[in-house]
Design a protein around this ligand. Structure first.
Ligand code: NAD
Ligand code: IPM
Ligand code: MN
Length: 356
């Protein structure tokens, strides 16, 4: 059965990194993988073309597709638009619309990049953490939210951190099931000492744990977790946390791998339909210069092949190609070190295609 991919390049470096990822998909298709794709705008590109960051054309394509591949959205030229028109709202809308509640962000250190990390090589060597971030709840979506004048006549802004029991249960099951397939260690990150929402989160995690007696569940406050990630990151196997803590901790973890340009992600619904995107943003500071690292996006393609397209062999083929180019000493600027060969975004794409 032909599988359909919705491709949403987005803004900033989005089109540049997606162009390299598409070359990978073209090779796999030419070699017989039954896939097809169609492009649509999301974010600022969609505001420019259709006046909405998640227009109905994109929504219809994303809903009917088996998987979605996204570059990144956002840019300074959109930061003063009304909130509903902001590119980031388009991303939040597609995640919510498709019920993509489980965000998997694997922080893996490729041995060749041990010196690209800002941490000592021995601290990060062999690192392999799976961060599971709840993606459709928390303070990102909680109501009420807004800016209003309070009883004292002063302007006041507010957001609401909230999680329902079912929202926590379903992400807990994803986390425990993931831990079962890995090292059977799960660390749930919360701020239960202060916030009721995450105290409830912890209570549900403990309850779900009874169904997974083989998994060792631990709990850590988010401030300590941020510290432990740079102190002794290899103590972690699978981490599970809410939307906002997961956003922050996954960016932090990306630097353990050498660069945020290396961290892919999958955002899955209950049936493993997914949206795949690098964990980084649209990098306006380097957009249009052919400088971006396309590997997080190419590794996101591998995740898409594995989780949504049932193509494990092809996923391994793509990951092996990435390992090979790193072993060849090719580096984009963000992971460059002396003795290696500095390459552009498209030249990195050339090398991956050759290695495939
Ligand atoms: P960012 O991730 O875009 O950039 C942070 C830093 O990392 C920049 O210096 C950038 O050059 C660098 N960087 C990021 N990706 C890189 C890559 N592939 N190769 C080399 N360097 C890379 O975060 P930001 O600057 O905070 O945000 C920029 C815009 O992106 C904002 O509009 C933000 O809302 C948006 N954003 C979008 C997503 C997404 O689409 N999923 C994620 C994060 C931020
Ligand atoms: C990410 C981004 C998004 C988030 C923004 C752009 C809405 O930072 O995908 O990590 O906060 O989820
Ligand atoms: Mn983020």
């Amino acid at each position: 059965m032909m599988k359909k991919i919705a491709v949403l390049p987005g803004d900033g470096i989005g089109p540049e990194i997606i162009a390299q990822a598409m070359r990978v998909l073209e090779v796999l298709k030419a070699d017989g993988l039954a896939i097809d794709w169609e492009f649509a705008p999301l974010g600022g590109a969609a505001v420019d073309a259709f006046g909405s960051p998640y227009p109905s054309l994109t929504q219809n394509l994303a809903r009917e597709a088996d998987a979605i591949l996204l570059g990144a959205v956002g840019g300074p030229q959109y930061d003063n638009l009304d909130r509903p028109l902001r590119p980031e709202r388009g991303l939040l809308a597609i995640r919510k619309d498709l019920n993509l509640f489980a965000n998997l962000r694997p922080a893996i250190l490729y041995p060749e990049l041990a010196n690209a990390s800002t941490l000592k090589p021995e601290v990060v060597a062999g690192l392999d953490i799976m961060i599971i971030r709840e993606l459709t709840g928390d303070i990102y979506f909680g109501q009420p939210r807004g800016i209003a004048v309070n009883e004292l006549g002063e302007r006041e802004a507010y957001n609401t951190m909230r999680y329902s029991e079912s929202e926590i249960r379903r992400i807990a099951h994803v986390a425990f099931a993931t831990a079962m397939k890995r090292g059977k260690k799960l660390c749930s990150v919360d701020k239960a000492n202060v916030l009721e929402t995450t105290e409830f989160w912890k209570e549900i995690m403990i309850d779900v744990a009874r169904e997974y007696p083989e998994v060792e569940l631990t709990h850590m406050y988010v401030d300590n977790a941020a510290m432990q990630l740079v102190r002794r990151p290899k103590q972690f196997d699978v981490m599970v946390t809410g939307n906002i803590f997961g956003d922050i901790l996954s960016d932090e973890a990306s630097m353990l791998t050498g660069s945020i340009g290396m961290l892919p992600s999958a955002s899955l619904d209950e049936n493993n339909k997914g949206l795949y995107e690098p964990s980084h943003g649209s990098a306006p500071d380097i957009a249009g210069q052919n400088l971006a690292n396309p590997l997080a996006t190419i590794l996101s393609v591998a995740m898409m092949l594995r989780y949504s397209l049932g193509a494990e062999a092809e996923a391994v083929r793509v990951e092996s190609a990435v390992k090979k180019v790193l072993a060849q000493g090719l580096r984009t600027a963000d992971i460059y070190e002396a003795g290696c060969e500095k390459v552009s975004c498209s030249a990195m794409g050339d090398a991956v295609i050759a290695a495939l």
